[in-house]
Design a binder for this molecule. Structure first.
Ligand SMILES: [Mn+2]
Length: 272
């Protein structure tokens, strides 16, 4: 398993939407990934711990603990770790600007890559309301857009105080399958526009569980994806190149590379 593989070191690692505390979280695969990759700097781009789910019933197996321990160990060994909360771990938004055990909590962040490009790092749920009512807001103009951003935060904080479940844009969009593509497109557009607004060259976000690396209107749109369905992450190499890693594919490629792993004579493979 992971022990035989050499660790790959990258400049920066971006991970989001682990949803630790839910049955959907693929913690075992995530642990393998964290064994495989090390970074100077790590960004957790929201929805790491699912506070909404934990409130409606405690689910915290050993493997989820191991993920947290593994991340803490990386910090102890010298990695910088910035935690940008999302909507499912918005209880951490009360601690923005604080540092716990070397982990810094930030609302959003401008990350400067090795090639000098600057990326806005943000979870992305702040734009749910705008995505949903995009058509109306276009009629109403700029003020309405700002208002929708404000309402978005307010509604979900109110729902949290009332003990209601989080209203999920991605789940809602999936129900309306026919429109899901439009919603993803709209989300990507809005996040890129926000990056432009703050003077960045690109954006790195999560939230919609849909990894991507594309150019939109001259900006680089990157989405970290998730560890519930797709098991993806973004790495920044030492030359500033950004890459979306689909971890199951990385593992598969390794399996078929004879230098790294040979099938045993009996035909069995040493893979768990
Ligand atoms: Mn989210």
């Amino acid at each position: 398993m992971g022990e035989e593989t050499e660790t790959t070191r990258v400049r920066t690692l971006f991970l989001s939407d682990m949803h630790l505390g839910t049955k959907g979280c693929q913690a075992d695969l995530l642990l393998e990934f964290l064994r495989d990759y090390d970074a100077d700097e790590i960004y957790l781009v929201g929805d790491i711990i699912d506070g909404w789910q934990l409130k409606s019933g405690w689910y915290w197996p050993q493997s989820h603990n191991d993920v947290v321990q593994k991340l803490m160990r990386k910090v102890r060994k010298g990695s910088t770790l910035v935690y940008v909360p999302g909507n499912h771990d918005e209880f951490l938004r009360d601690y923005i600007g604080m540092t716990f055990g070397g982990i810094e909590i930030a609302d959003q962040r401008l990350h400067e890559a090795a090639d000098g490009k600057r990326y806005l790092v943000i979870h992305g749920d702040q734009f749910d309301m705008v995505v949903r009512h995009a058509k109306w807001l276009a009629y109403l103009g700029d003020g309405a857009y700002t208002f929708a951003l404000f309402i978005n935060t307010y509604v979900n904080t109110a729902r949290r105080r009332l003990g209601l479940a989080y209203w999920s844009l991605s789940a809602w969009a999936k129900l309306k399958v026919k429109n899901a593509v439009n919603f993803i497109g709209k989300f990507e557009e809005l996040l890129s526009a926000e990056a432009k607004r703050v003077g960045a060259d690109g954006v790195i976000c999560g939230h919609i569980h849909h990894a991507a690396n594309r150019q939109i209107d001259g900006l680089t749109y990157l989405n970290t994806g998730d560890w519930v369905e797709s098991c993806t992450a973004i790495v920044e190499h030492y030359d500033g190149t950004m890459e979306v890693l689909h971890y199951p594919s990385v593992m598969r490629a390794r399996l078929h590379a004879p230098m790294v792993e040979r099938p045993r004579p009996d035909g069995a493979r040493a893979v768990a």
